[in-house]
Structure formats: C-alpha cells, structure tokens
Design a protein around this ligand. Sequence first.
Ligand code: PMP
Length: 360
Amino acid sequence: MSRQYNFSSGPAALPEAVLQQAQAELLEWNGARASVMEISHRGKEFIALAEEAERDLRELLAVPSNYKVLFLQGGATQHFAQIPLNFAQRGQRADYVLTGDWSEKAAKEAKPYVDVRIAASSAATHYDRIPPRAEWDLDPSAAYVHVTPNETIRGVEFHDIPDVGGVPLIGDVSSTILSRPLDVSKYGLLYAGAQKNIGPSGLVVVIVRDDLLERCPKDIPKILNYAEHAAQGSMLNTPNTWGWYLAGLVFKWVKAQGGVAAMAERNRAKAEWLYDYIDGSGYYKNPVERSARSWMNVPFTLPREELDAPFLKEAEKAGLLALKGHRTVGGMRASIYNAMPLEGVQALVDFMKDFARRNG
Ligand code: PMP
C-alpha cells in the first residue's frame, strides 16, 4: 500500500475510510446482488440511498426547507452558462464579482445569455484580495449577483458572506463546500463540482431557493432547466449514481467527524499551520492579503523559479504529492481539503523547512 499525502486541487483526496467502504461493497452493495453502479436509479434501493444522501447534506448545511438540493452533472463549468440561461431574461443584467480565474470564467461563459456587469474586480492586483464590499458597484435591478467564495487557483476566500440586498446571491462553492459552516439562507443558489470536498468528478450539487425556480424558462432544453430537474428529484435522466453514492458516504464521514463546525476548526488549524510557517520562513511567499487567504488552497512560491522542479521532485519522494501550482500562475499550491489530516500539513511543513535549509 503506497497511498501518500495528496495535495491535488481536484479531483482531490477522498477520506480513506470512504474509499475502503466503497471497495468493500464494490461488487455487491447492500444485499442488491449487484454493484451500486449496476442497479436502476429508479429502484427503491437506490432511491433510498439518494434520499438519505440528500437528508445528510441538508442536515450538515442546515439547508432551509424552501430550498431544493439537486444532484446534477456537467461539472461546475456547465452551470456557468446554465445559471444565466435559467435565471436571467434576455437583455437583463447580472452582476459578477471577479476574485480570480474561476469567477472570470463564470462571467465569460454567462455572456451569451445575460448582460454581464463586472460589479467589482481585483484583477488589477492579480487577484490577491477581495474587493471591499463598500466598493462594489451593484445594480439593484440585476437578475442576480455571482461570487466565487473560494478561488481554487489563487487561494482567495471570502470569510464573510457579502450582503447584496434583495438581489439573489449565487455562489460557486466548488472548493469550499463542507469545509466550514455556510449560511445557505444568504444565497439564492449555490453550486459545487464534487471533486474536492464531496466525491468524484462528474457530479454537481446545486442548492436553490424555490422562488428562483419559478424563473426557469420553458423554452430551454429540459436537461438544462433547473425547475425540471427539481420536479423530477434530479432524475430527469440517469443521474451519476456512483457519484451520488460516494457523496453519500462522504456526508456520513463528515457527520462522523463532528459536522462542518468541527471540519472548520480543523481546516483553520491546518491553514494557520501552513501560512504561519510560510510567513515566518523568509523563504517561501504567499501573495494573498491575509484577510482573504483560503483555508482550502494555499499557493506559495520559492525564492527562485529554478528551485521549483527540485522541490516538486523531492516532495514526491517524501510522499507529498501534487504540489505543483496551476499552470497559469506557476509556483506551488497545497490543496488541503477536508480529507487532508493535520499530520499531512505538518509533514509538508517539515519537508519545506528541510528544503529551505538545504537550498537557502
Ligand atoms: N469553479 C471552481 C471554484 C473550481 O475550482 C473548478 C474546478 N477546479 C470549477 C469551477 C470547474 O469545475 P469543473 O471542472 O467541474 O467544471
């Protein structure tokens, strides 16, 4: 067995206990005499599994009863376009707050379907902060306001949910969901690709307030219509049953860890351990303003670019995987989602100290 500490940004490490359970019941699930991947999504066994997963997620995030929880597909990227298609009328404006590469992409993909306004952006400072709320130029008649509460590439996270008045707030929580408590009631819609804190890629969780579903137009393809998915319990067509099953196991695991409040305590401790070391090292650097630093994705640079390759090679040898930064920004990035234990972060810091000492 050679599993190691995996700092991949996504698909990311899953809790080992979840993988072990999935392995143990891979061939035959729950007395079905078949794998969970091989049974009908409309059978009572799978429906029970699906309902239980939804119940657990609702409990973990205290999702109010006037919200639907959907288990969809298409990656978060599909929803960049699907959101304006469903919630904006032609010619209507929507406000986007740009805090990194993913919010930029969300705005770009929305453009064919809504008049995108950039209400605030930190592009001018290379996305090293969150523009202060007081400086946002919001349009009270906008269809919605879109934010990315955690930017996976540059490691920028909102630590408070901004108040945007009566306009529905939409959040791409792909890389922060389940890492800390989340006040769902502040949002009109939340969406998350699963492959960081929920399960395997190919599954997208959407949490949407009922009144927004009334906006979904009838003249778009059903498969892109959130109201249709909600009316069919996310079974308009064959869902990602394997992803749904694994997500259910992860929800149980998070509950067993003490829920999202307990996860938050651990995640804060992990992030502090790493940032404190980086800041005090005089060797490594993280460019993000302290108040906006992510608990989930920690990018850092070495003093000279030519040290990157040996750092990565030696880290791999030391059992610390996937620390290479995103290709668009370079440097390193440690993604420390829920499944990464504090010991993994401590092992990383120990390695970083040793590397700095040898390559000072
Ligand atoms: N939003 C964020 C914040 C992400 O981190 C990612 C993927 N890393 C995406 C959207 C795109 O997700 P997908 O690849 O599932 O479309």
